[in-house]
Structure formats: structure tokens, C-alpha cells
Design a protein around this ligand. Structure first.
Ligand SMILES: Nc1ncnc2c1ncn2[C@@H]1O[C@H](COP(=O)(O)OP(=O)(O)O)[C@@H](O)[C@H]1O
Ligand SMILES: Cc1ncc(COP(=O)(O)OP(=O)(O)O)c(N)n1
Length: 290
């Protein structure tokens, strides 16, 4: 038998020599690094997918609030989507801040062109971010109709929190019992799936989110941790779901994986600055290790 030749050390192939799945976030930046595309990228990498960005807006933001927002020209947002879709490929995509009706139109046209959306090759998660945690608007008033009437029907999954449910449907959900009506009302706008997030039900001792496909509802139970540091929780949840979809998971499995990820992220949330600190996307690694 011939002698096996060892690969010289300097030519050794990396342990993972095939490319990981890819995920794209179409979202705004947060200079404080807690929410928006910064949180999305951290969650993507922690969940083992290659993260890519189409930046829609730059926010001036820290743990206390948002003091500025500059929109990226819609054609530049669309061009970013085209650049990564045509060269790298997108296994799953999500949205965050979409800021204006013209940006939404440009994003949806680019997604249509590149097979991103409900019933297409690439799953499309629409997180209808309307305002920051501290209440500053992140969406122009004219954009709400475009989000509901144009983006939702193209979404594989829509992930509103309870403030966004109120804004979009007028339903003021006050307890777990109200979540199914909220999910039905959002589902009527046309997405395949709706995930109603329950973080804002502060009197509920648990965080039980609800996934709905128009027929069946699946409860996603989780503990409620006693922390104020939940900045970016919604972004991290939607991104962890998007990462699982990029790996080929079914929607119920992807949302269950996302819920496990965000729950641990809230558990390990940390104080930062003078305001609301971020959920941790790196609870799997020690911050002290080199
Ligand atoms: N204090 C908490 N403890 C555990 N999970 C939480 C807590 N607050 C929010 N979550 C979870 O984080 C995710 C994001 O929820 P939510 O806060 O409602 O959205 P958003 O960040 O978009 O406002 C949900 O899965 C929710 O159940
Ligand atoms: C640039 C930017 N995008 C999104 C948000 C909101 O983040 P989200 O996770 O939906 O909400 P909070 O958990 O921070 O309330 C943001 N603040 N900035």
C-alpha cells in the first residue's frame, strides 16, 4: 500500500472548507451596537451563518435613545441587495427599519427581482420595526400602509411586537388570551406566518409568544427574566429565526430555535451606558477568553 502523504501544515485546509449558509438583513444601523443591523449580524454569526447587510438608514443611537436618523437613498439600498444576491446568494433575508414608503418599494422590487419572498426561493422575514424602545419613530407615517399592504403579502413570516400590532390593527392586546386575535388580524394582511411577540406583557410571569399560519396556533413558552436590558431583543429573535431558515429549517422549527436563542440572550443581557443595555448574542462564548 502506498504511503499516505501528509498535507504540509501551511497548506492544511480549514476545518470547515465549505461555505456556511448566508443571511441578509435589510435594516438600519445602531451606533450603540445593540439593535438594528448590528444586533442582526451578531445573531447571524452566533447562529453559524454568514451575515450580509443592505443598510437602509443610519441612526444616531445609544442606550438612552435615538437622536438622529439619516436615510440611505432607496436605489443604494436596492443596489446592496442586488450586489449580494447576484454574487454571493441569499439563503434567507429579513428586514428591520425600512424608514419610508419609497425605500419599501425599492426593497420589494429588488427582492422580487432576486427571488426573495413568500412562495419564492428565499424565505423573507419582515420585522415591522416602527419605533425605538424609547419611543422615537423609525418609520415615516406614510410607510405604515406600504409595510402592511405591500411588504406583508410578500412575507414568509411577520414578527410584530404588541406596540406594532396596535399600530397596524388597532388591537390593544393586554394578556396572553388576546394574542390569537392579534395574530389573525395580522395574518389577514397576507403573510404565510405571523409571530406575535409577548415581551411587552409585563404582568405575565412568562413570555409566551404565538406562531400562527392562518389555521393552527403554536405557543412558544419561555421564562420572563427580571431585567430592563432588553435592547435589540426583537432584532435578535427575528435574526436567529432567519439564520435557522437559511439552514433549511421548517418555520415551526426555525421559530422554536429562535425562541431558545433569544431567551438565552435575554438571560445574559448586560448593562451598558446610562440606559437600556443589550441582550447578549455571545452567551455561547466567554467574554474573558482570548
Ligand atoms: N424579560 C424577558 N425575559 C425573557 N424573554 C423576553 C423578555 N422580554 C422579551 N422577551 C422575549 O424576547 C423576544 C422579543 O420580544 P419583544 O420584547 O416583545 O419584542 P421587541 O424587542 O421587538 O419589542 C420575545 O421572544 C419575547 O418573549
Ligand atoms: C436601527 C434600529 N433598528 C431597530 C431598532 C429596534 O430594535 P428592536 O429589537 O425591535 O427593539 P428593542 O428591543 O430595541 O425595543 C432600533 N432601536 N434601532
Amino acid at each position: 500500500m502506498g504511503r499516505m502523504h501528509e498535507t504540509p501544515g501551511h497548506l492544511r485546509r480549514p476545518a470547515h472548507d465549505t461555505a456556511p449558509p448566508t443571511a441578509l438583513t435589510i435594516a438600519g444601523s445602531d451606533s450603540g451596537g445593540s439593535a438594528g443591523m448590528h444586533a442582526d449580524l451578531r445573531a447571524f454569526f452566533s447562529c453559524g451563518v454568514h451575515g450580509m447587510t443592505a443598510v437602509t438608514a443610519v441612526t444616531v443611537q445609544n442606550t438612552v435613545g435615538v437622536t438622529g436618523l439619516v436615510e440611505i437613498p432607496p436605489e443604494t439600498v436596492a443596489a446592496q441587495i442586488g450586489a449580494v444576491a447576484t454574487d454571493i446568494g441569499v439563503d434567507a433575508a429579513k428586514t428591520g427599519v425600512l424608514s419610508s414608503a419609497t425605500t419599501i418599494e425599492a426593497v420589494l422590487a429588488a427582492c422580487d427581482e432576486h427571488g426573495i419572498g413568500r412562495g419564492r426561493r428565499t424565505p423573507f422575514v419582515v420585522d415591522p420595526v416602527a419605533a425605538s424602545r424609547s419611543g422615537e419613530p423609525l418609520l415615516r407615517p406614510d410607510a405604515l400602509d406600504a409595510l402592511r399592504d405591500e411588504a406583508f403579502p410578500r412575507a414568509t413570516l411577520v414578527t410584530p411586537n404588541l406596540d406594532e400590532v396596535r399600530l397596524l390593527t388597532g388591537i390593544d392586546a393586554r394578556s396572553r388570551d388576546d394574542l390569537l386575535d392579534a395574530a389573525k388580524a395580522v395574518h389577514d394582511f397576507g403573510p404565510d406566518w405571523v409571530l406575535i411577540k409577548s415581551g411587552h406583557l409585563l404582568d405575565d410571569p412568562k413570555c409566551v409568544d404565538l406562531l400562527f399560519d392562518g389555521t393552527d396556533a403554536i405557543q412558544l413558552p419561555g421564562p420572563r427574566y427580571s431585567t430592563v436590558h432588553t435592547h435589540g431583543a426583537g432584532d435578535v429573535f427575528a435574526s436567529a429565526i432567519t439564520a435557522a431558515l437559511a439552514k433549511g429549517a421548517s418555520m415551526p422549527d426555525a421559530v422554536a430555535a429562535g425562541k431558545r436563542f433569544v431567551t438565552r440572550s435575554v438571560e445574559h443581557a448586560y448593562p451598558l451606558g446610562a440606559g437600556v443595555g443589550p441582550v447578549s448574542t455571545f452567551w455561547r462564548v466567554s467574554p474573558r477568553s482570548l
